[in-house]
Design a protein around this ligand. Structure first.
Ligand code: NDP
Length: 255
């Protein structure tokens, strides 16, 4: 493999990686040579994902915790410290969607979506970056945004606010951490075939809208995000900081 993209000797944590985009990313980073840590909310599904990775010969471990819970995140990093595991690459991928017209939206639902999609990236990256700065070996932070980092749609206000926030939080991370050789960047996926979108895929009108709006005329697949993640996790992106790269089949490029 081209050394520029080689992740051997690196340890990558991908939040929300028991399934969906997160699983594709954790598997892709492992294939590029990284030791990987799987996360999700449930121990059973995390263990199952770790088993699938280990069966392919990858160096994988897992830990279930809620990325919105600061104490649980701190406990996870403390446990890795005790085991001598140093996280060099963090992918803040865990996220949820919740659809409701704004005038009917309860504050608790707004808060839950903001906490899971935006505040979690702050909580997890803070724990990781503090250690990266102390180790003086740099590091990589990759936040998962969305097309809604750029544009709004009806019924997903908190998700849109959170993903817009991810774009600016990524820049804030660069402003504070670039001088420590930490590159913080984001990926903005287009509409990707995962559980999160199953209801939309099953809706014939929405499916048609996706295919008609996108110059690629199709949904994306989770594995199509892997190349960008490996690039942003590797030495190949050593002077790339604060960017959000859209992997959307060209959607944002057209009218
Ligand atoms: P899925 O619903 O398929 O998977 C979400 C993952 O996040 C699951 O592993 C889930 O864990 C985990 N998760 C949710 N909440 C928490 C939490 N509090 N703590 C820890 N883990 C949590 O989603 P996708 O794979 O589709 O989405 C992944 C990311 O990509 C999200 O940030 C999403 O916003 C973003 N994205 C997705 C797009 C798409 O079209 N699918 C488009 C643009 C962005 P568990 O398995 O335990 O439930």
């Amino acid at each position: 493999m081209n050394k520029l993209f080689d992740l051997n000797g690196r340890t990558a944590l991908v939040t929300g990686s028991a399934r969906g985009i997160g699983y594709a990313l954790v598997e892709g980073l492992a294939r590029a040579g990284a030791r990987v840590i799987v996360n999700g909310t449930k121990a059973e599904t995390v263990d199952a994902a770790v088993g699938r990775l280990q069966a392919q010969g990858f160096d994988a471990r897992g830990r279930a915790f809620d990325v919105t819970d600061e104490a649980s995140v701190a406990a996870a990093f403390a446990a890795w410290d005790a085991e001598g595991i140093e996280v060099d690459i963090v992918v803040n991928n865990a996220g949820i969607q919740f659809r409701k017209p704004m005038i009917e939206l309860a504050l608790a639902d707004w808060q839950r979506v903001i906490d899971t999609n935006l505040t979690s990236a702050f909580i997890v990256a803070k724990e990781a970056a503090r250690r990266m700065i102390e180790r003086k070996r740099g590091g990589k932070i990759i936040n998962i945004g969305s097309l809604t980092s750029e544009g709004a749609r009806a019924t997903v206000a908190p998700y849109t606010a959170a993903k817009g926030g991810i774009k600016m939080l990524t820049r804030a991370m660069s402003a504070e951490w670039a001088s420590f050789d930490i590159q913080a960047n984001a990926i903005g996926p287009g509409y990707i075939l995962t559980d999160m979108n199953q209801a939309l895929v099953d809706n014939a009108d929405f499916d048609k809208w996706v295919k008609n709006s996108n110059p690629s005329q199709r949904w994306g697949k989770p594995e199509e995000l892997v190349g960008t993640a490996v690039y942003l996790a590797s030495a190949a992106s050593s002077y790339v900081n604060g960017q959000i790269i859209y992997v959307d089949g060209g959607w944002l490029a057209v009218l």
